[in-house]
Design a protein around this ligand. Structure first.
Ligand SMILES: NC(=O)c1ccc[n+]([C@@H]2O[C@H](COP(=O)([O-])OP(=O)(O)OC[C@H]3O[C@@H](n4cnc5c(N)ncnc54)[C@H](OP(=O)(O)O)[C@@H]3O)[C@@H](O)[C@H]2O)c1
Length: 238
């Protein structure tokens, strides 16, 4: 399947991985629709995407706002979900019920809410691609919640692939990728994390364009569903 003439909704498409996906699908002749919390992010991203790209805001905690996506943007071919706030590592001893729930709000509950609203308006042959992360399989200390939400997204992906068939549902599971997600770290910590990429089998940290290609693959190929596509530079091996 070619993406030309297709419409691709990217929730979280104003920055990082989601923005790289929007650029990649636009290059292939598709129309990206980018969504995030903030109109300023949407405007900034649209200003640098090709003409024809569309965008808007959504409040993932508001059922009416999520439901409005279906009417505002009409039938689409592919849904991609990359929304996620900056990650804060939390040690088990410091967790509260609010912190635990907050971790799942955007990445898991938000993803499921959007899927429920948008799946009925996917055109025949359409697909859904969610976002997980390599922490699911290899959590570091402080990553209990980050790993758990990625594991939950992996299971959700497989369950949706069964229940929503023939819509294909896959997830991309990135390792550490250079993106604005890490802007809350100090410059030293962030650069140290990126430099750790030199020790990976591929010898460098991931870039958003590396990961965007996996989402393009998930949309274009027509046989994979329920797949968790790992793009981690080999980090699971070392
Ligand atoms: N970067 C990595 O190393 C890495 C590795 C593994 C997995 N991931 C996962 O990949 C996803 C994308 O990460 P990224 O690196 O591209 O991050 P990013 O550059 O910070 O982009 C996050 C996007 O999500 C949007 N967003 C955040 N909270 C939202 C909310 N409540 N409602 C709607 N939109 C929201 C942001 O826009 P606004 O701020 O305008 O809302 C932005 O468009 C995240 O789930 C992340 O956990 C990233």
């Amino acid at each position: 399947m070619q993406l030309a003439e297709h419409t691709v909704m990217i929730v979280g498409g104003t920055s990082g991985i989601g923005y790289a996906i929007a650029s990649a699908v636009a290059e292939r002749g598709a129309t990206p629709i980018i969504l995030s919390r903030r109109q300023t992010s949407v405007d900034r991203a649209l200003a640098s995407l090709p003409a024809g790209a569309r965008g808007g805001t959504v409040d993932l905690t508001d059922a009416a706002s999520v439901a409005a996506l279906a009417t505002a943007f009409g039938p689409i071919d592919h849904l991609v979900y990359t929304a996620g706030e900056a990650l804060e590592l939390v040690r088990v001893a410091d967790m509260t019920p609010e912190i635990v729930q907050g971790f799942f709000e955007t990445r898991f509950v938000g993803a499921l809410s959007v899927v429920r609203a948008v799946a009925p308006m996917l055109r025949a042959g359409g697909s859904i691609t969610l976002t997980s992360g390599s922490a699911a399989g290899r959590p570091g200390s402080g990553w209990a919640l980050g790993a758990s939400v990625c594991g939950a997204v992996n299971s959700l992906t497989r369950a949706l692939a069964v229940e929503l068939a023939p819509v294909r549902v896959n997830a991309v599971s990135p390792g550490v990728v250079r993106s604005p997600l890490w802007n809350n770290l100090s410059d030293n910590d962030r650069e140290g994390m990126y430099e750790a990429g030199f020790g990976l089998p591929v010898g460098r940290i991931g870039e958003v364009d590396d990961v965007a290609l996996a989402y393009v693959y998930a949309m274009e190929q027509e046989y994979s569903t329920g797949a968790i596509i790992s793009v981690d530079g080999g980090s699971a091996l070392v």
